[in-house]
Design a protein around this ligand. Structure first.
Ligand SMILES: [Zn+2]
Length: 261
């Protein structure tokens, strides 16, 4: 039987300002067997859905708030969640799986956790602690090229945030020295996001998605931009879709999470 009261897992906490709780999860603290091996938070990767929801509840316990995730479609859609959504989400199980097809979430409602699921793509956590607004974004190759950083910033500003008082953290993701791609793909993405052009450690074409996210944030006037500096292909505390694919297996998803206290 699954333990419905799985303790809050150890996480990599990040500082997004006073009154904001934010972190990246790792594999630690979960119950999924191999190939997910730990705290898988992703549905749709063949893991047991009930077990995944128990994991999400445990992370919500650390956050002090129920967690909401979107179904990520490598797009630029943003959902703004309200206090009403928090009330609905507080009923156990309601909305636990997804709030719809969105790659970014924003809220000004305290006590509502926002999550973004990744395994190599870039998780971005944002907060304007003074204005009381937080957000998350899933910035993979397509979402970044399409402008998801800009759309989540627009939604944050519409809720009262200002770029100059926003703080952003770029989380664990495939780094520009590991994320090998064909030359034409690098050129296509770099034509839209020049900061992403990179070369692998072994000298072949690559994309640096975290650098692209940082460049978009700075171009929009966000000055407090931090990075965990962690590469998911090098640090095995985190899930990596690329490494799993290379091994011919599926894998889990870890999360970036944020909530206003
Ligand atoms: Zn790397």
């Amino acid at each position: 039987m699954l333990d419905p009261a799985l303790p809050a897992p150890p996480v990599l906490e990040v500082d997004l300002g006073p009154g904001v709780r934010a972190a990246f999860t790792t594999r630690a603290g979960g119950t999924s067997p191999a190939p997910w091996d730990g705290l898988n938070l992703g549905l749709g990767v063949q893991d047991d859905a009930e077990r995944v929801l128990v994991h999400r509840e445990a992370v919500g316990r650390w956050l002090g708030a129920p967690l909401v995730f979107g179904t990520q479609v490598h797009g630029t859609g943003v959902r703004v969640l309200s206090g009403e959504d928090r009330a609905a989400r507080s009923e156990r199980g309601a909305g636990a799986e997804t709030c719809g097809e969105y790659d970014a979430l924003v809220t000004a409602a305290p006590g509502l956790g926002l999550g973004v699921l990744v395994a190599d793509c870039v998780p971005v956590l944002l907060a304007d602690a003074g204005a009381g607004v937080v957000g998350v974004a899933h910035a993979g190759r397509q979402g970044l090229a399409g402008g998801v950083v800009g759309t989540v910033l627009e939604a944050l500003v519409a809720q009262g945030a200002r770029p100059e008082t926003l703080r952003a953290v770029v989380g664990p993701s495939a780094c520009g020295r590991c994320y090998e791609v064909p030359a034409d793909l690098r050129d296509e993405v770099a034509s839209r996001r020049p900061a992403t052009a990179s070369t692998t450690r072994w000298g072949t074409p690559a994309l640096d998605l975290p650098a692209g996210v940082v460049a978009d944030l700075r171009a929009a006037g966000v000055t407090e931009v931090f990075s965990t500096g962690i590469c998911t292909l090098e640090d095995h505390r985190f899930y990596s879709h690329r490494l799993a694919t290379r091994d011919g297996v599926t894998t889990g998803r870890f999360a970036g999470v944020v909530a206003l206290g």
